[in-house]
Design a binder for this molecule. Structure first.
Ligand code: MN
Length: 354
């Protein structure tokens, strides 16, 4: 029985890996075909960098790594461009840094390269104290389906498309991605992109932050919803592939995802972002504190206005009842299907607004 379970788990995991590979390939072919359209909206680069680091932080697990970021003061307060794709590139570079660094630091620095009247070139630099990349391989890693080598690929997973996609996205932003590295000392990845800037519009700040963090608390503390502008969703999921898959689905639909990989992290985010959160997607089976317990604690903290949707592989009637009695509003069965996921998100975000 146990053996069967293990097999099933392995199949499930590879199916998930395959799905994320397909997603990457879709991205890749969309860019190749010239079908990738970038947004051009105002956003706050400081908020974006901070959120992106928070999304990546759980991936450090318990490794002794200090993850930090710094945005130079010359970088404009508001940039006009595609925040979702900018985040995608940064997530990719930071996630790689997490994978290939066992201790030390990961630093993200944002610098202004040049600015004209209406446009700015910005450089994002991700440096780590990881295993490094041999000089011969530095170009290869940007080629589709190439990774450092097979053994690393097995140890660290990934589709081998991430950096190729980053490079192409950077090209679409009239920029580039490149790397420097020393084996055993660490790697530094650079991502340069061009953005629009607005002169003399301090008010734009608030509009821009709303465009990407749409919650405005109403009188009863329930955030009003604006699905078209995207929601802020806390995704609680301990499984890396499931989390990545759900994040991709949600982000592609225009939502912002904060991914917590365990119950404690979920509680922290729920408390800190109580005003901004539109929805929580809660894995039920997690080591340590499970989703039921996290939900009970969130509700005990008085956070009753945020809808919580369970994600569980056990979709039997009594399991659903356990979720509801723990304080959840709804459930979604695993493996997650994109259409059902987005339907739930849509339904619960609208309910919150009523
Ligand atoms: Mn789980």
């Amino acid at each position: 029985m146990r053996k069967k379970r293990t097999h099933l788990k392995a199949i499930y995991t590879s199916a998930q890996a395959l799905l994320s590979l397909i997603d990457d390939i879709l991205d890749f072919s969309r860019i190749e075909a010239g079908e990738m359209r970038l947004d051009s909206v105002p956003f706050d680069p400081r908020a974006l960098v901070k959120e992106t680091c928070e999304m990546v932080r759980p991936r450090i697990h318990d490794k002794p790594i200090r993850l930090s970021f710094k945005v130079d003061h010359k970088v404009p307060k508001i940039l006009v461009g595609d925040p979702g794709r900018t985040r995608q590139v940064l997530l990719n570079l930071l996630s790689n840094a997490c994978k290939f660094t066992n201790q030390g630091h990961i630093k993200l620095r944002v610098m202004l390269k040049s600015a004209e009247e209406e446009r700015a070139r910005v450089i994002f630099r991700v440096s780590d104290s990881g295993i490094g990349i041999p000089p011969k391989r530095l170009e290869e890693i940007f080629e589709p389906f190439r990774q450092l080598d097979d053994s690393l690929r097995r140890a660290h997973g990934g589709t081998g498309l991430g950096l190729a996609i980053c490079r192409q996205l950077a090209h679409l932003m009239d920029g580039k991605v490149w790397a420097k590295s020393k084996v055993g000392k660490g790697s530094t990845f650079f991502f340069e992109a061009r953005y629009g800037i607005r002169s003399g519009e301090p008010e734009a700040f608030h509009d821009a932050s709303h465009a990407h963090g749409p919650s405005r608390a109403t009188a009863d503390g329930v955030p009003s919803k604006d699905v078209e502008r995207g929601l802020e969703i806390l995704l609680v999921e301990d499984n890396h592939l499931n989390g990545r898959l759900a994040s991709l689905m949600l982000e592609r639909a225009g939502h912002r995802v904060i991914w917590a990989q365990d119950g404690w992290e979920a509680l922290r985010v729920a408390t800190e972002r109580r005003e901004q959160l539109d929805l929580i997607l809660m894995d039920v089976e997690m080591p340590g504190m499970d989703g039921l317990e996290v939900t009970r604690r969130i509700r005990a903290l008085g956070l009753n206005g945020i809808p919580i949707v369970a994600m569980t592989a056990h979709a039997m009637k009594e399991d659903r009842e356990r979720c509801i009695s723990a304080g959840m509003n709804d459930y979604l069965s695993k493996p997650i299907r994109k259409d059902l996921l987005l339907e739930k998100v849509d339904r619960w975000s609208r309910k919150g607004g009523m």
